[in-house]
Design a protein around this ligand. Structure first.
Ligand code: ADP
Length: 208
């Protein structure tokens, strides 16, 4: 099973656009054998698949605005109710504001659960903007235009950064310097999780 005193690995990764949270989140989830749940990925898959959900959120995502909390929280609750997320999961991109944090708290509390660790990737604004410009050229994401990037970053600073204060008060935030090579940042994340009693090695040993 999982690698901690509590026997669970419920993580959240938070960072500004271009901080590498998607990439790092997948690496952490793979190492711990838990599902990575990215709301942005779910929305993009639904948009490209032309589903009803995709139709509903397309213009919102393309403008870089937030999909309504009610819809997003329901989607996350459904995903976290799947059997593979019982002992652990890594949330990427949710919660993003106080309302979603409250929704997640209510859901987890109803199951007697809580987040075990919140990984905060710290990347200066200039650095994240230059990474996003590069990604815009490489990946052609429709929400990586200058105007939409500015909107997403300002929503991050206004609505998402403040929720870190709530988690900080709970003592679960691991602050990670997100500047460096991909491997360097990954190593910092694993060190910080290990310092909190979470390690994939113990995980593998326990399930062997
Ligand atoms: P980024 O962090 O680079 O903005 P994401 O893939 O996390 O990229 O999100 C892409 C878009 O999906 C967001 O701009 C927003 O429109 C929508 N989205 C993702 N997560 C949420 C969320 N928790 N609440 C509302 N909208 C969301």
């Amino acid at each position: 099973m999982t690698a901690s005193a509590t026997g669970s690995a419920r993580f959240l990764i938070v960072g500004p656009q271009g901080s590498g949270k998607g990439t790092q989140g997948v690496l952490v989830a793979e190492a711990f054998g838990i599902p990575a749940v990215s709301t942005g990925d779910v929305f993009r898959e639904n948009i490209s698949g032309g589903t009803e959900l995709g139709e509903r959120v397309k213009s919102i995502v393309e403008a870089g605005d937030l999909v309504p909390d009610e819809l997003t929280s329901e989607l996350v609750r459904d995903r976290l109710s799947q059997p593979d997320a019982r002992a652990g999961f890594l949330l990427d991109g949710y919660p993003r504001n106080q309302g979603q944090l409250d929704d997640l708290d209510a859901f987890l509390m109803s199951r007697g659960e809580a987040l075990d660790a919140v990984i905060e990737l710290i990347v200066p604004r200039d650095e994240s903007i230059s990474r996003l410009r590069r990604r815009a050229i490489e990946q052609g994401r429709t929400d990586d235009t200058e105007e939409v990037i500015a909107n997403r970053l300002s929503i991050y600073e206004r609505e998402t950064a403040p929720i870190l204060g709530v988690y900080r008060d709970r003592g679960v935030v691991a602050e990670i310097d997100g500047v460096g090579s991909l491997d360097e940042v990954t190593a910092r994340i694993f060190d910080a999780l290990a310092a909190r009693g979470f390690s994939p090695e113990a995980d593998a040993a326990a399930s062997a």
